[in-house]
Write a protein that binds this ligand. Structure first.
Ligand SMILES: [Fe+2]
Ligand SMILES: [Fe+2]
Length: 379
């Protein structure tokens, strides 16, 4: 065996070092690549999300994919109060996120408008005691939308290696920034939806209030119609249209004089002609609101048509009557029969169902009456 040449030994040593360095670099590169891929995936999945809860869930799943921690959670501040909106951690360990400790940390994050790490939380003068109670040893917390409407904090706790690093904080901040925009638009969209729904409800109440005899009519018709839609098996978005159409179906009565609506006696021919205009008046009122186009307006315009062609305003027959019109006609007829009128008390439910069934195929859609009667009998 020959002795190793000292020059060769030096070279081998050098080679070992380079190999080690290369290994470190490639593992760092692999980590960075993995993080980038996860963040890219998050951005991809967030596209088109218009629901606050869905955005939060996506953010939490990705945060836990990237971080090595016990858990993470998102708190949002609504009307001055902190509320937990989601957590990703072993069952039961999210409990501390409801406590004042989490609220106080979230508030501090928002106040600073930037993320921070506490690796010695249990020794902290203010938070230490509560942190010990909940076994929260260290945290990394970053703000969400500090200048927006849907403000919040993303908090991760108990780093598995014992300490959060500035790299963890950077990753969390990236996730919070990606999620923040989506949460903000989803929040504003939801608020807009609430305003829209509130306005529709107010319109329904306003038209029903025109006459003591129609109080609550639109709300009840909507309830019956939604029940029927559920029993048919319509989709969630179709049921939402049924709800709006039900609430607005008689909106045109705003154009009918109170004296006619409140008249306890039989209407004159002239009054009846005006009354029969309410579907068209309602349609004219709403036709320029694009969200109502299609099924919703169909319900407003056609809910007094009859399948035998003797209805109004157009005298359409059978399937010529759009589906929403036929559906609301059943719910409307049932409420008209079971509610009190100036000239008669409301009839019992059983009698009204019987009349509906007798009129199935002439006044009302046969199949719809059948489903409606079956569902109402069991109530
Ligand atoms: Fe009507
Ligand atoms: Fe009605």
């Amino acid at each position: 065996m020959s002795e190793t040449n000292p020059e060769n030994a030096l070279l081998i040593d050098e080679l070992k070092k380079v190999r080690l360095e290369a290994q470190k670099l490639s593992s760092a590169l692999a980590d960075a690549w993995e993080e980038l891929t996860l963040l890219y995936e998050l951005a991809e999945q967030m596209r088109g999300v218009l629901d606050v809860d869905q955005a939060i869930e996506l953010a939490l799943v990705h945060a836990m994919d990237i971080l090595s921690a016990e858990g993470c959670g998102i708190l949002l501040k609504t009307e001055g109060d902190w509320e937990l909106h989601g957590a990703n951690c072993p069952k039961g360990r999210e409990e501390w996120l409801y406590s004042d400790l989490a609220k106080s940390l979230a508030e501090e994050t928002l106040r600073r408008r930037r993320g921070f790490i506490f690796n010695e939380l249990v020794h902290h003068s203010h938070w230490g005691e509560m942190a010990r109670i909940f076994n929260v040893f260290n945290i990394a917390s970053v703000p969400i939308n500090p200048g927006g409407h849907a403000q919040g904090s993303l908090i991760a706790w108990n780093q598995n290696q014992g300490e959060f690093t500035s790299r963890d904080l950077k990753l969390l901040s990236t996730i919070a920034a990606q999620t923040g925009g989506v949460i903000e638009s989803a929040f504003l969209y939801q608020r807009l939806q609430q305003t829209f729904r509130g306005t529709i409800r107010a319109m329904a109440v306003a038209v029903d209030a025109k006459s003591p005899w129609t109080a609550g009519h639109s709300i009840r018709v909507t309830r019956y119609a939604v029940d029927l839609a559920n029993n048919i098996g319509l989709s969630e978005s179709e049921i939402e249209k049924v709800e709006i159409s039900g609430l607005l179906h008689d909106i045109g009565k705003i154009g009918v004089p109170d004296s006619t609506l409140n008249k306890p006696d039989k209407l004159t021919d002239e009054e009846w002609q005006i009354m029969k205009q309410h579907p068209v008046i309602g349609y004219e009122m709403l036709k320029d609101i694009w969200q109502f186009r299609g099924d919703i307006l169909d319900g407003v315009l056609y809910h007094h048509e009859r399948v035998d062609g003797k209805g109004y305003p157009f005298g359409l027959k059978g399937d010529e009557i759009p589906f929403m019109g036929r559906l609301l006609a059943v719910a409307d007829g049932f409420d008209a029969m079971t509610s009190d009128r100036p000239y008669r008390p409301g009839m019992p439910k059983e009698r009204a169902l019987q009349i509906l069934m007798e009129g199935a195929g002439t006044q009302w859609d046969k199949d719809l009456v059948k489903i409606f009667a079956e569902s109402q009998k069991s109530k």
